[in-house]
Every structure is written in C-alpha cells, then in structure tokens.
Design a protein around this ligand. Structure first.
Ligand SMILES: [Fe+2]
Ligand SMILES: [Fe+2]
Length: 214
C-alpha cells in the first residue's frame, strides 16, 4: 500500500492529537500489563494513602513531561534512526503514563491540574535540544532518564511498604528508565556539562514540588 508523506500541516495535527491524548486521554501504550495487577493492595493508613497519591501524581506529571520531551525531540531530530528510537521510547512512556493515571484514580485523587503547562514547557525543551543535534539531544535524554531513576529511587524510599501496587509500578518504571538511558548513551549521547545538569535538576524540582500539591 502506498503511504502518503506527511505534510507540515499533517505534522501539526498529529502533534496536537498526541498532546491532547497525553494530557486528557488514554494514549496507546506498548501493550504490556500493568505491573500493579500482579499484586494486591495492602491496608494503607490515611496518611500513607495521601502520601502515595501525591507521589503518584508527581510521577504521572513526570510522564507527561517525558512524552512531550520525546515528541519534541522526534520533531527535530536529524537522523531517522534517532527519530524512531525517540518514538519507540515515547510509546513505552505511555505505559507509565497509563499506569500512574490509573493508580492516582485508585488512590482517590486527580492528576496534576497543571499538566497542559508541563507538556508545553517540556515540548519546547525537547524540540530545542533536538535542534542542537542528535549527539546533544541523546545526551540530554540520557541525563533526563538518569535523573528520573534517582527520583524514582527517592519515591521507593518514601512509599509505604504496604502500598504494593504503587511500588510495583514505580519499580518497573525505574527498570525501563534505566534502559532508556542506556539506549540513548549507546546511540551516541554526549555527556552534558555539569551546569546544564544542575539546571535540569532545578527545573525538575519546580515541577515535582508543584505537582505534589496541584
Ligand atoms: Fe517513564
Ligand atoms: Fe524513560
């Protein structure tokens, strides 16, 4: 079957569709089973439940950012194999997005009201880093994934041992993010300068602190 080449307008429409699905809908994932399904809920106190809810809301917002970063980079990445790696990773991030959203709802809460803002900001950052060239955009990706792994480690320390479902999701996400990091490095990602890494940590702290509450 003949495939039509996407025009610029097609690209904009596809991008808008992706953005709306990420922030408001249920974007298609890779088809994996939610890791929380293989475990049962423990008895959580109201404090533990509230803490889990806030942490899982932060994780959901982080996955909204991940989607936008990957989409932004896929828009501007020069090499076709880099673009396809970005799209593949974005699909896996969709699993995380769906699992976190489901867990937030099970815990009786809502996802971050500022998700449209997180998406827009991350899309711009992703597109900008894509413009710097594949070496730097892959390096940026590798560093982002490393920071997410560290952040998820912190969440595993904070989540109650009884919240087995959230822990199962966060544990699987950590494994996947480490894999994404390694893929980006083996694809040629450069090591970022320390000041850039520090700025990234600072920016993610703004998001995580805000999404914890709103
Ligand atoms: Fe993720
Ligand atoms: Fe990732």
């Amino acid at each position: 079957m003949l495939q039509r080449k996407h025009t610029f307008v097609d690209g904009i429409i596809l991008q808008a569709d992706q953005a709306l699905r990420t922030v408001f809908g249920e974007p298609p994932g890779s088809g994996r089973t939610n890791p929380a399904e293989s475990t049962s809920d423990g008895e959580l106190s109201s404090t533990e439940r509230a803490e889990s809810l806030c942490l899982m809301r932060v994780n959901h917002a982080g996955e909204v950012c991940a989607q936008a970063l990957y989409q932004g980079q896929a828009l501007t990445a020069r090499r076709a194999d880099t673009r396809s790696q970005m799209r593949q990773a974005a699909e896996e991030e969709n699993d995380h997005l769906a699992w976190c959203r489901q867990r937030v709802h099970e815990l009786g809460g809502h996802t971050s009201l500022l998700n449209p803002l997180w998406y827009t900001g991350s899309l711009a950052i992703g597109a900008f880093s894509g413009l710097l060239g594949d070496k730097w955009s892959l390096g940026f990706l590798a560093e982002t994934e490393q920071q997410v792994v560290n952040h998820l480690d912190g969440h595993l320390r904070r989540l109650s041992d009884r919240d087995r479902k959230s822990r199962a999701i966060v544990g699987q996400m950590k494994t996947d993010e480490a894999k994404h990091r390694n893929t980006a490095i083996s694809a040629g990602g450069a090591k970022l300068p320390e000041p850039v890494k520090k700025m990234m940590t600072l920016a993610s702290r703004v998001m995580t602190t805000t999404a914890f509450r709103i």
